[in-house]
Design a binder for this molecule. Structure first.
Ligand code: MOS
Length: 719
């Protein structure tokens, strides 16, 4: 009997393909017929109308093929009529539907040429005339109709009231009211979005850099007026997403439409600059938090009011208050979310949507309350700990947050914290410690798989789900190896294709938990098939692969899956709440003369159910905490007074690099959550960045005594 494969730090099974360049991403695809190259023309104004295009110069260029815009008639069906429950475009605007301009960077045309270079040159030679209208660009613009939507896209209520906040505040021993802001932020995955559209007979094939191939396929089918089964999306490798590849964005639909018009494959690869306006960003948030507590730091009332924006053709809400509503015991609560349309590029989920900016505010405010009451930051959180999800009265399926606090504090050396700010100078810096709670919902979506075992002792598992760089190939190989009693090397994994049995979106940190149920189902299907083949000798304890080989059969294929949805509205009825938890500890050093912040040490203790691969899981958490450093100290998408982005490149939009990231420690509680799925795993992708920005802000305050409530924490704000 082999040792357990699950849990071991197995190297990525696709690692060799990636480092040798043999892993083909969307933009690497070379269709059989020569592809035309597309470059998008983007609006330079934020609001108004297109009057005309001057193509004279572009048309003289050798290799220029065609220009497409709204003047070519509707190329794509209006997405507004979509059935929202079935598929999700990033924008409700159908590209090229009209002459209207809603934001700077909106696609107004597509240049097709024989090479990418000619397409770029032609695009820059086209002059567009506009009629301007004054844009709305600010969260304080009262011309905007600010609205309070009822629900988030997961089905969670966005406006919540419990008890009587006003009465509780007047009874409180201490009340703090604080105002926090977080800037717009851009995802910046290493692989830019790309779609290569090609026709294979009647079937439209899209090589698409997407986190959700089946959603992409359904959107494209609708947009093109095709039956769902006439669009196939292929994406065996995806180079990161963080949310910006979660929905189907206009460029994918434009590529599909263009391929139809010119009857040739079309390659549309977004530039880094395009990425800032073409596939969403995290919107600016404005958050007001009130915490009212008794003398011992127990919360009596909590208020969290958030305002964020979406574009005129989007509907994203940044749900900052959802965490506040569930995390701590607070009998009285008021949570609101307000949104309105600004003439800015579309907002969309970005790693920990709501949770990441929301916990910056909540966990900073908790730190301020702890200080006001002279309590240790961990102690105040312990006193407000709850075994019941505060939103719905349900018990957690599994929760070990107190162990995260205790074991994290121990490993980090929290007892060395000096509680008074500026009291720990070392050389030219002040040293400070800070911490915050992390949490992220457990989501599951339906998933299906097909398993084939061969008489050579190999197994092949097929499921449509994509690996966006997080390690899905490896985890799935481990789950199958464990189930069959073979080694990971004996398993072939095929992913990233809508022609395979359907898998979930690689978003909401739910791939592993969702696919685990499908793998479990095909393993059970194989067991059943073996028992009936053998004429019912009863269950055997031998490894399943051995049983199959002994049966002397030819190759055997079984199908299975799970239809269970958890964590979303309309999902399975349950009396449990599903969440992952954690605690993040930070040492910050702040230069006494220049205000420069360094993070020499960060430790996260996480309760994410059973850890299926110690190495890829650790990498995920380090990635998340690094994302938190970016959010806390650097990241900001800046808009000019004309609504254009001032820093649409990695030269000017700062993210942490190696020199910014020092010691990173990850500690897993590793307690299985079998109420959530058969492997006991919950999601880990987004958890690491939730709370990280607050932990850093709290450490900066503890170091130098300056409380920054407006991210990012840059030296000009500290000095
Ligand atoms: Mo994530 S923001 O669900 O990719």
């Amino acid at each position: 009997m082999l040792e357990d494969t699950l849990g071991r730090p197995v190297n990525r099974v696709d690692g060799h393909l990636k480092i040798t360049g043999r892993a083909k991403y969307a933009a690497d695809q070379r269709p059989d017929r020569a592809a035309l190259h597309g470059v998008l023309l983007k609006s330079s104004i934020a609001s108004g109308h297109i009057l005309s295009f001057d193509l004279a110069e572009a048309e003289t260029m050798q290799g220029f093929v065609r220009f497409l815009s709204h003047l070519d008639g509707p190329l794509i069906q209006d997405m507004k009529a979509r059935d929202v429950a079935t598929f999700f475009p990033g924008e409700t605007l159908t590209p090229f539907l009209s002459d209207e301009v809603y934001f700077a960077g909106q696609h107004v045309g597509l240049v097709l040429a024989e090479t990418r270079e000619v397409a770029e040159a032609a695009a820059s030679a086209i002059t567009v005339s506009y009629k301007d209208a004054p844009p709305s660009l600010s969260l304080n613009d009262e011309r905007v109709a600010w609205q309070r939507p009822e629900r988030y896209n997961t089905g969670e209520e966005l406006q919540m009231v419990r008890g009587d906040v006003t009465a509780a505040k007047s009874d409180a021993a201490w009340v703090i009211e604080r105002h926090f802001t977080t800037p717009a932020e851009s995802h910046n995955p290493i692989e830019t979005s790309a779609t290569i559209a090609d026709w294979d007979g009647e079937t439209l094939v899209l090589h698409d850099a997407t986190q959700g191939n089946s959603n992409s396929a359904r959107c494209a089918a609708y947009a093109m007026g095709l039956p769902d089964d006439k669009v196939r999306v292929v994406n065996p490798f995806v180079g990161g997403g963080f949310g910006c590849k979660g929905f189907a964005w206009p460029h994918t639909l434009v590529a599909a439409a263009a391929a139809r018009v010119v009857d040739a494959p079309v390659s549309l690869v977004l530039s880094r600059r395009d990425m800032y306006t073409s596939c969403g960003h995290r919107p600016t948030t404005d958050q007001k938090i009130t915490l009212a507590s008794d003398r011992d730091g127990r919360l009596l009332a909590t208020q969290h009011h958030t305002r964020s924006y979406h574009s005129p053709v989007g509907d994203h809400v940044e749900p900052c208050g959802l965490t506040t509503a569930m995390l701590y015991s607070s009998p009285n609560l008021e949570v609101t979310h307000e949104i309105g349309a600004l003439n800015l590029p579309s907002a969309t989920p970005m790693r920990g949507p709501g949770e990441a900016p929301g916990t910056f505010a909540l966990e900073s405010a908790m730190d301020e309350l702890a200080e006001a009451l002279d309590l240790d930051p961990i102690e105040i959180r312990r006193r407000n700990h709850t075994d019941i999800d505060q939103r719905n009265g349900r018990k957690w399926s599994s929760k070990h947050l107190l162990r995260c606090y205790d074991e994290g504090a121990e490993k980090f050396g929290w007892q060395d914290r000096v509680k008074t700010p500026r009291a720990r100078p070392e050389n030219h810096e002040y040293v400070g410690f800070g911490m915050a709670t992390a949490c992220y919902p457990g989501y599951r979506m339906p998933a299906r798989a097909q398993l084939t075992v061969t008489k050579t002792g190999r197994a092949e598992i097929k499921t449509g789900v994509q690996d966006i760089g997080t390690g899905a190939y490896t985890i799935i190989a481990q789950m199958v190896a464990q189930g069959l009693g073979i080694s990971v090397e004996q398993v072939d994994v095929r992913l990233g294709d809508t022609a395979l049995p359907e898998g979930p979106l690689a978003g909401g940190s739910m791939t592993t938990a969702s696919v685990a149920a499908a793998v479990d189902a095909v393993i059970e299907a194989l067991r059943t098939a073996l028992v009936s083949y053998a004429g019912g000798p009863g269950p055997s304890n031998a490894p399943l692969m051995d049983q199959f080989l002994e049966s002397g059969q030819e190759d055997l294929t079984v199908n299975g899956g799970s239809d269970v949805t958890l964590g979303f509205a309309g999902g399975q009825e349950t009396d449990k709440s599903f969440y992952s938890f954690g605690a993040i500890f930070v040492e910050a050093r702040v230069d006494r003369d220049y205000g420069i912040v360094r993070i020499p040490r960060m430790l996260g203790a996480f309760d994410a159910g059973r850890i299926l691969n110690a190495k890829t899981a650790r990498s995920q958490m380090i990635g998340g905490m690094t994302f938190g450093i970016g959010m806390a100290l650097m990241e900001e998408t800046e808009f000019g007074s004309d609504g254009r982005i001032l820093n649409p490149s990695l030269g000017e939009y700062y993210v942490p690099i190696n020199a910014d990231v020092h010691q990173m420690d990850v500690h897993f509680i590793d307690e299985p959550d079998f109420a959530f799925n058969p492997m006991g795993a919950r999601g880990i992708g987004e958890l690491g960045c939730v709370g990280a920005a607050a932990a850093i802000a709290n450490a900066v305050y503890n170091a130098c005594g300056v409380r920054i409530r407006d991210l990012p924490i840059r030296l000009d704000k500290i000095m």
